[in-house]
Ligand binder design. Structure first.
Ligand code: ZN
Length: 139
């Protein structure tokens, strides 16, 4: 979709810290992270939400989430990793392209909000560094 920010990220029209890509899936660091390592996993083919996404893309995202969560565990040694996926403006979905959040919680991090949090831009150098650590752990 031409006016979709996530489609533009997939196309490379908007830069991102990519950590993973395969035929169906693209994963990159959230630039407004609610924790160190906050990652988004999206289908390459635009679908707005869980009601629209084809089952094969949904499955591919969750298979990728397992690989990335394993890499997060190896790279960041978190207390845990939350997988969060919001559908619709009523639960605060802000970008209308399906996305699964993977949110590691580290020992110094606070509890993680479920559907609403402040969008606070992260330190891009730190996000890049964390993304490189997770991507390296994927190899
Ligand atoms: Zn899109």
């Amino acid at each position: 979709m031409s006016d979709c920010i996530f489609c533009k990220i997939i196309q490379g029209e908007i830069p991102s810290v990519k950590i993973y890509e395969d035929d169906c899936v693209f994963a990159f660091m959230d630039i407004n992270p609610i924790s160190t390592g906050h990652t988004l996993i999206i289908p390459k083919m635009h679908a707005e939400n869980i009601w629209e996404i084809p089952e094969a893309d949904l499955a591919a995202i969750h298979v990728a989430s397992k690989k990335i969560a394993q890499a997060m565990r190896n790279a960041l040694d978190p207390l845990g990793v939350a997988a969060l996926q919001l559908n619709g403006r009523g639960v605060n979905q802000l970008v209308m392209h399906y996305h699964l959040h993977l949110i590691p919680r580290t020992a110094e991090g606070p509890e993680i909000a479920l559907t609403k949090w402040d969008l606070i831009p992260g330190n891009m150098a730190a996000i890049q560094k964390t993304g490189e650590k997770i991507a390296a752990a994927l190899r």
